[in-house]
Design a protein around this ligand. Structure first.
Ligand code: ZN
Length: 264
């Protein structure tokens, strides 16, 4: 409870900082690569925990990104390019990824990774939001713009499970998804971003890439702990995150030493 309150206070503080920064146009243009995280886009049914972006806001965000970044597939975001690179990821495998987000991604020729929860395919979330069904997942796996990734079998907090249960959620889920899509599944997403060194070890030996935590790609990035920025926040917050200012503030809050130099 205290943690929740503290988190909410920090988020409110950062949002205020971001909005003031955007009004004053202090934020520097993006110079570093980033990976954006989304959940539901334009869904009319249910409520994906408030993490829903309507289609107009999503299209406007991609238009802004298109003028500052090169859209790349997730692995390429780990390498430097002549312009900053951005990769797009969608968690939980909501059905509106195919019906609403993908047509907009096509307008910008922007690749995306969709992280599917193996045992939820064809079902609905606790909030009533429909997940992709089996036909959707097969069609997306065959789409050149889309890569299907593993988001476990049941979306647990992996750091709370015993080793056998972790393997079932990580390794067995991968096998189930591969049987469905008929191709290798090499990307993983930790539910809630929760992991422990033991969990990361299991992911490291079974997948090539995994996303975890908040932030931009400042400096060398562990391919099994790729930080992301939540793209469903208000645009001022997203843009401010992408400048790296939010990451520096977070590190200061955590008491980590600041070099005074932006990370390169
Ligand atoms: Zn998730």
């Amino acid at each position: 409870m205290l943690g929740d309150l503290l988190g909410a206070a920090k988020r409110a503080g950062w949002r205020a900082c971001a909005e003031a920064d955007a009004r004053a146009k202090v934020g520097t243009p993006a110079t570093q690569n980033a990976v954006l995280m989304y959940h539901s886009v334009g869904g009319r049914e249910g409520n994906a925990g408030g993490r829903r972006l309507d289609e107009a806001a999503f299209r406007a965000q991609l238009a802004w990104l298109d003028t500052h970044y090169e859209f790349v597939d997730l692995p390429a975001a780990l390498d430097a390019g002549s312009t900053p690179r951005v990769a797009l990821t969608f968690d939980d495998g909501y059905r509106d990824f195919r019906s609403r987000a993908l047509p907009i991604l096509r307008e910008f020729d922007a690749p995306a990774t969709v992280f599917v929860i193996a045992d939820r395919i064809g079902g609905r979330s606790d909030n009533g939001v429909p997940y992709l069904d089996a036909e959707d997942v097969a069609a997306l796996a065959a789409d050149d713009l889309v890569t299907v990734g593993n988001h476990t079998r049941t979306h647990p907090h992996l750091d709370r499970l015993d080793p056998d249960a972790v393997r079932a959620e990580v390794v067995d889920a991968r096998a189930e998804l591969e049987a469905r899509v008929g191709r290798d599944v090499t990307r993983f997403c930790y539910p809630y971003g929760d992991c422990s060194p033991a969990v990361v070890d299991v992911v490291r030996e079974s997948h090539d890439y995994a996303t975890a935590g908040d932030g931009i790609l400042a400096g060398p990035t562990d391919p099994h702990l790729i930080p992301r920025v939540d793209g469903s926040h208000p645009q001022a917050v997203v843009r401010w995150e992408l400048t790296g200012a939010a990451e520096r503030l977070r590190r200061a809050v955590r008491g980590e030493a600041l070099s005074g130099q932006p990370e390169t």
